[in-house]
Design a protein around this ligand. Structure first.
Ligand code: HEM
Ligand code: NAG
Ligand code: NAG
Ligand code: NAG
Length: 319
């Protein structure tokens, strides 16, 4: 085990697995898509994810976020992974991504390990989906059966990345609409936001919340200000944990923090009025179960299937 999370969690994971196996809507994706074309896919991906998280526990959070930022921009199609070139503008430089999303080298390592065992078979979009699940499991969270069969986009959209990925300045209504635009409900939004139980944010993402908002615990705001100066500039990239207690454990502290007015982002603290925050803060199993279900739903957003798109050879460029 990489994580130092409490071991009682594995019981909860097993208890709720059955719930998660009940599939959802996208009929074209299926968990056994590669079972004959790439039987060692799961173990190949998992071993690279495991070693990356062993080197740096935060990487699990970064890899989970990649899947979210891919899926919310014209579907889970690997578009986020395309590098900019002189004649191609991808999504990496979009405002929510630039200087913030990370883990592309790990995706490259996974892709090359997968190409070694099953050349030309597995999409980068599917690698992101499996990697997100493995990261959550390795950090002590729930597991689920990842639906597969996505193909990779030959296009990307920086402007859609700017418009479609929700911002930390959003209020509750804006957060709900940004998820509804993707076919996800307010409940999905609250469950998926629990991903902020792991990982880090830059000062620039939470500065206004700790200096200007009043719905924040005063001593928490004070302690965050120590490493995030009011004036933008030098301190912009200083990091703070999204979950102040256990940023490398996939637990339900995120919701407990919101209840205690210790959400790091303005957008996190906005969730307080949703009843599910109380539910998840008091019921780890319920959070795990709903998180897994909503991750499967997020993974169903507009996949390319059949003969659409391609199976990229290198996740950073179209074939
Ligand atoms: C509800 C709307 C959401 C907003 C407004 C939001 C916003 C943010 C922001 C501003 C950061 C910090 C970025 C930085 O400062 O560099 C962040 C980090 C993160 N987000 Fe979200 N996010 C949302 C939903 C999600 C969802 C649905 C997931 C995954 C299922 C997710 C996973 C993460 C993770 C794991 C990190 C930490 C990444 C790392 O440490 O590298 N977020 N998010
Ligand atoms: C883009 O530019 C590269 C050289 O930087 C060239 O090899 C490639 O053919 C160009 N692609 C398109 C679609 O124009
Ligand atoms: C991306 O970030 C870098 C440094 O953080 C900055 O110099 C650059 O202008 C940004 N690019 C865009 C397109 O905003
Ligand atoms: C807080 O609000 C003031 C007044 O609206 C604004 O000038 C300032 O930029 C905001 N942010 C911070 C970090 O003080």
């Amino acid at each position: 085990m990489v994580s130092s999370c409490s071991s009682s969690m594995s019981f909860v994971v097993v208890a709720y697995l059955l719930v998660v196996l009940v599939g959802s809507s996208n009929a074209q994706l299926t968990p056994n898509f590669y079972s004959s074309s790439c039987p060692s896919l799961d173990s190949t991906v998992k071993s690279v994810v495991h070693s990356a998280i062993s080197k740096e526990a935060r990487m699990g959070a970064s890899l989970l976020r990649l899947f979210f930022h891919d899926c919310f921009v014209n579907g889970c199609d690997g578009s986020l992974l395309l590098d900019d070139t002189p004649n191609f503008t991808g999504e990496k430089m979009a405002r929510p991504n630039n200087g913030s999303v990370r883990g592309f080298e790990v995706i490259d390592q996974i892709k090359s390990a997968v190409e070694n065992v099953c050349p030309g078979v597995v999409s980068c979009a599917d690698i992101l989906a499996i990697t997100a699940r493995d990261s959550v499991v390795i950090l002590g969270g729930p597991s689920w059966n990842v639906k597969l069969g996505r193909r990779d986009a030959r296009t990307a959209s920086q402007s859609d990345a700017n418009n479609d990925i929700p911002r930390p300045t959003f209020n509750l209504g804006q957060l709900i609409s940004s998820f509804q635009n993707q076919g996800l409900s307010a409940n999905d939004m609250v469950a998926l936001s629990g991903a902020h139980t792991i990982g880090q944010a830059r000062c620039t993402s939470f500065r206004d919340h700790i200096y200007n908002d009043t719905n924040i615990d005063a001593s928490f705001a004070q302690s965050r200000r120590a490493n995030c100066p009011r004036t933008s500039g030098m301190g912009d990239n200083n990091l703070a944990p999204l979950d102040l207690q256990t940023p490398t454990c996939f637990d339900n502290d995120y919701y407990k923090n919101i209840i205690n007015q210790k959400g790091l982002l303005h957008s996190d603290q906005q969730l307080l009025s949703n009843a599910l925050v109380q539910t998840y803060g008091g019921n780890l199993g319920r959070f795990y179960s709903d998180f897994a279900t909503s991750m499967i739903k997020m993974g169903d957003i507009k996949p390319l299937t059949g003969s659409n798109g391609e199976i990229r050879k290198n996740c950073r460029m179209i074939n």
